[in-house]
Design a protein around this ligand. Structure first.
Ligand code: GAP
Length: 527
C-alpha cells in the first residue's frame, strides 16, 4: 500500500470512528475514567445493528435449518474444560517489552528491520559517582544520526538513577560498539530500543469461583471462555440425548468470548471482550473435507445477504504448518478493512480432536450412536466461526459513503450516508410530519408510527426542516423516510388522501404510496 493510500485509509477510519461516536453506534468503554483498553460499548444504534446481525445469523443458521440446534452456554468455564481443550497449556501469544518505554508488543507481529545496532555496556555520572552496568542496544536505520542511538541509550540508563534531578544528557555511556544487523525482530520499530526476549503470555482471563480459599480446588478456579466452541463440545452428549438428531447436524451458539489480547487495536477489530457466532457441524469423517468446502460457500453467501459484496471478501486457504495442529483444513474469510485485509471468520475442519479430548479428560462415554449405520462413533466437526463485532465493523466500513450533492438553490454540500442493507439498518423507517405545529399532521404521523412499531424499528422526528431531517437519517443509514404532508390529510383533493411520501435513502427518490400498503412495502424490503 502506498503512503498516500494508507493516509487516505487512515483518514477514512478516523471519520468512521468519529461518526460512530457522534451518532451513538460505538463508545469506548469507561471513557469518562480514561477508557478500558480493548473494550467497547455499543450505543443505541450500534445495539440495534448488532441485534439485527445476530437475529439474522440465528434465523439463517438455526431457525431455518432442520439440521442445526441452538445453545446458550455459560461464560464461566471450569479449568478442567480448558485443560482438556488445550487452552490452559497452549492458548498464548509470544510477548516482549520495549526496554525503554515498557510498551508490550506481540513478538510475532514485529516487522523485521535492518540497520546498524549500537551496543553499550552501561552508563555513569561522574559528579555523583553513580554508575550502572547493563547491556543495552539501539537499532538505527541507514540515514539516522548516530547521536540518536546515544540519546536513546542515555534515556534508557536514566531509569536506574536514584537521583531524578540528574539530566539523562549528563550520563556518560560505556563500551559503545556497532554491528550491522539484517531482518532483526529484537528492536522496537517505534524507537529502535532493544526489546526483552519473547515469552509466552496466556490470553485467558482467570477468576475465582465461589468462596473456596483452597488454591488447589479444581472447581474453585474458572476462566472467562476464550471461545464459545468448548461449551458446545462439552454439552454435545446432552444435546444429542435430548433431541432426535442424525449426522450431519450442528449446534450453534452466539455469545461473548474473552481474550487478554497483548495489543488490542484497529478500533473494535481486536478486542479483549467480543462476541462470536459459532457453529460446530458434526459429521462422519469421510464427509469432513467436502462439508468444509460447502460451509465456506454458505458463509460467503451470508455476507452478501447482509450487504458485504463478494468482491470485498478474500478467502485464504491456510497452508500446512500455519493451521492449528488439530485442523486438516482452514479457510479464513477476510474483508478489505480500511486498515488492511483482515480475518472476519474462520471455517475449520477440526476433525474429532475436541470430542476425543473431552472423552479422555472427563472419562465419560460421549460417542454418538449412528442409527442408520448401526454403529457408535465419535463424529468429526466442521466449524464456521464468525466474529460478531468484526462483522459489525465490516458492515460499518462497507456502509460509509460521502457524496457531493447540489441542493435546490444550486449550493453544493457533502452528504454522509451509511448505505446499510435495509435488512441490517438499525432504524428501518423514519416517520416525519411535514410541520410540527400543525396538529393534524402530527396526529396522522403518530398513527403511522403506531401502525409500524410492532413490526420494525421506527424513528419519529418532528424537529427541523424536512431536508435536515432526511440528512440526519442518511447519516445513520435509515433506508426509508415517510413524510406525512398536506396531501395525506386530503387538503389537495381526495386523490392523494391517506397517502404518504416515501423517500429512498440511496437514490433520494420520492414517491407516493397509500398508508394501507406501507407496512407490506417496508416488510418486503427489510426481511
Ligand atoms: N472457535 C474457533 C475460534 O475461536 P478464532 O479464529 O480464534 O477461532 C474466530 O476466532 C473468530 O472470532 C475470528 O475470525 C474473529 O472474527 C473473532 N475474534 C477472535 N479474536 C477476536 C478479538 N480479539 N476481537 C474481536 N474478534 C475476535
Amino acid at each position: 500500500m502506498s503512503d498516500k493510500s494508507s493516509e487516505k485509509d487512515q483518514a477514512l477510519m478516523e471519520k468512521i470512528v468519529s461518526l460512530c461516536k457522534r451518532r451513538g453506534f460505538i463508545f469506548q468503554s469507561a471513557e469518562i475514567y480514561g477508557g478500558a483498553n480493548g473494550c467497547w460499548d455499543y450505543g443505541p444504534l450500534g445495539a440495534e445493528l448488532k441485534r439485527n446481525l445476530k437475529d439474522y445469523w440465528w434465523r439463517k443458521n438455526v431457525q431455518e435449518r432442520e439440521d442445526i440446534l441452538g445453545l446458550d452456554g455459560s461464560i464461566l468455564t471450569l479449568e478442567s474444560v480448558l485443560e482438556a481443550s488445550g487452552h490452559l497449556g497452549g492458548f498464548s501469544d509470544p510477548m516482549c517489552d520495549c526496554l525503554l518505554t515498557k510498551a508490550r508488543l506481540r513478538a510475532d507481529e514485529i516487522d523485521p528491520q535492518s540497520g546498524t545496532s549500537y551496543h553499550y555496556t552501561g552508563a555513569s555520572h561522574e559528579e555523583s559517582g553513580w554508575s550502572v552496568e547493563r547491556p543495552y542496544s539501539v537499532l538505527l536505520s541507514e540515514n539516522q544520526d548516530e547521536n540518536k542511538a546515544r540519546k536513546t541509550a542515555r534515556l534508557y540508563y536514566s531509569q536506574f538513577l536514584s537521583d531524578k534531578q540528574i539530566s539523562p544528557k549528563k550520563l556518560e555511556l560505556a563500551g559503545e560498539s556497532t554491528e550491522e544487523v539484517t531482518d532483526s525482530t529484537s528492536y522496537n520499530p517505534e524507537n529502535g530500543s532493544l526489546l526483552t526476549a519473547a515469552r509466552e503470555f496466556n490470553l485467558m482471563f482467570k477468576t475465582k469461583m465461589g468462596a473456596s480459599a483452597d488454591e488447589n480446588d479444581p472447581k474453585g478456579t474458572a476462566y472467562l471462555r476464550p471461545e464459545t466452541a468448548q461449551t458446545i463440545f462439552v454439552q454435545f452428549k446432552n444435546v444429542v440425548d435430548s433431541n432426535r438428531v442424525k449426522l450431519p447436524f450442528g449446534i450453534a451458539q452466539i455469545g461473548k468470548s474473552f481474550r487478554n489480547e497483548i495489543n488490542p487495536r484497529n478500533y473494535t477489530f481486536r478486542s479483549r471482550e467480543f462476541e462470536q457466532m459459532e457453529i460446530e457441524y458434526f459429521c462422519r469423517e469421510e464427509d469432513g473435507m467436502r462439508l468444509t468446502d460447502e460451509w465456506l460457500e454458505t458463509r460467503l453467501s451470508f455476507y452478501e445477504e447482509i450487504g458485504i459484496p463478494r468482491e470485498h471478501l478474500h478467502v485464504l486457504d491456510v497452508p500446512d504448518g500455519e493451521r492449528a495442529h488439530y485442523s486438516k483444513r482452514t479457510y479464513d474469510i477476510e474483508y478489505e478493512f480500511p486498515f488492511g485485509i483482515q480475518e472476519l471468520e474462520g471455517v475449520a475442519y477440526r476433525t474429532d480432536y475436541d470430542l476425543k479430548k473431552h472423552r479422555e479428560h472427563s472419562g465419560k462415554p460421549i460417542e454418538f450412536f449412528d442409527d442408520e449405520a448401526k454403529e457408535k462413533l465419535l463424529p468429526h466437526v466442521v466449524e464456521p466461526s464468525a466474529g460478531c463485532d468484526r462483522t459489525i465493523l465490516a458492515l460499518i466500513c462497507e456502509a460509509y459513503d460521502e457524496e457531493t450533492i447540489t441542493d435546490d438553490k444550486g449550493k453544493e454540500e457533502t452528504r454522509i450516508v451509511m448505505r446499510f442493507s435495509p435488512r441490517m439498518a438499525p432504524i428501518k423507517v423514519a416517520v416525519l410530519p411535514l410541520l410540527k405545529n400543525k396538529p393534524e399532521l402530527v396526529v396522522k404521523a403518530r398513527e403511522v408510527q403506531s401502525m409500524l412499531t410492532p413490526f420494525m424499528n421506527v424513528f419519529y422526528d418532528e424537529t427541523a426542516a424536512i431536508g435536515r431531517r432526511y440528512r440526519r437519517q442518511d447519516e445513520v443509514g435509515t433506508p426509508f423516510c415517510v413524510t406525512i404532508d398536506f396531501e395525506t390529510l386530503g387538503e389537495n383533493g381526495d386523490e392523494d388522501k391517506d397517502t404518504v411520501t416515501i423517500r429512498e435513502r440511496d437514490s433520494m427518490e420520492q414517491r407516493r404510496i397509500p398508508i394501507s400498503e406501507l407496512r407490506e412495502y417496508l416488510l418486503d424490503a427489510i426481511v
